[in-house]
Design a binder for this molecule. Sequence first.
Ligand code: SAH
Length: 243
Amino acid sequence: MSVRAKIRLYVEQSLGPGQSVPLSREQAHYLFGVMRQVVGGAVLLFNGRDGEWQAGIAEAGKRGGLLICEAQTAPLQMPPDLWLLFAPIKKTRTDFIVEKAAELGAARICPVQTAFTNAERIRQDRLQAHAVEAAEQCGGTFVPEVAGLQRLDTLLSDWPEDRHLIFADEALVGAKAALEAAPKADEWAILIGPEGGFDPSERARLHDLPFVTPISLGPRILRADTAAVAALTLFQATRGDWE
Ligand code: SAH
């Protein structure tokens, strides 16, 4: 294989030795129009399932093109089984949370409607595209799924008991982080509230649930987007894949 390609592209097709990957109009526009790639060049492909592959450009056109997989350059690397539950906030801050969650290794991103959440709707497809773009840029071989907006109370009623929930509770500001209080588990979730924080009855319910460990994120109240990054970092460094 020649020099390692620099452009990374997410595709939906299966990847394997000699596998041909036809390109959509948008992908062709990006590779050949924007990135000025030509026949004979190479790109890196991943689909979230088969690891990363170097592929040669066999055909390049305005409306399409063809790539041929040459060799695997990285195996699939799964993040820990960690969901990020967060209350959607303003558009750009929500985009930021999805991007950072994909970079920091969340396995699934779940927007939740809490008592004080203002958003009624989310653009799930747009958020998913942000997760794909983040994976393309950070060298990830896995793309977290962005789930549809769900009500937190329903989600808690149907909760899979083996999944341990780390609840970032702003009422604990100034306390010790205390993630070590959480039991050993293989399945995890982190919950971050909206700018308005949690409603007292919501908080009381969360504190009572057997699968929940409330934690503090330090002596200052963080904005929801900062809190998401801080909690993911804390988790990956102590229970996740940075250990
Ligand atoms: N308006 C609220 C703060 C909400 S901050 C207040 O003034 O109390 C948004 C979310 O970030 C919170 O719901 C919580 O999940 C998380 N968060 C921010 N700072 C935190 C801290 N110091 N400890 C724990 N969680 C925090």
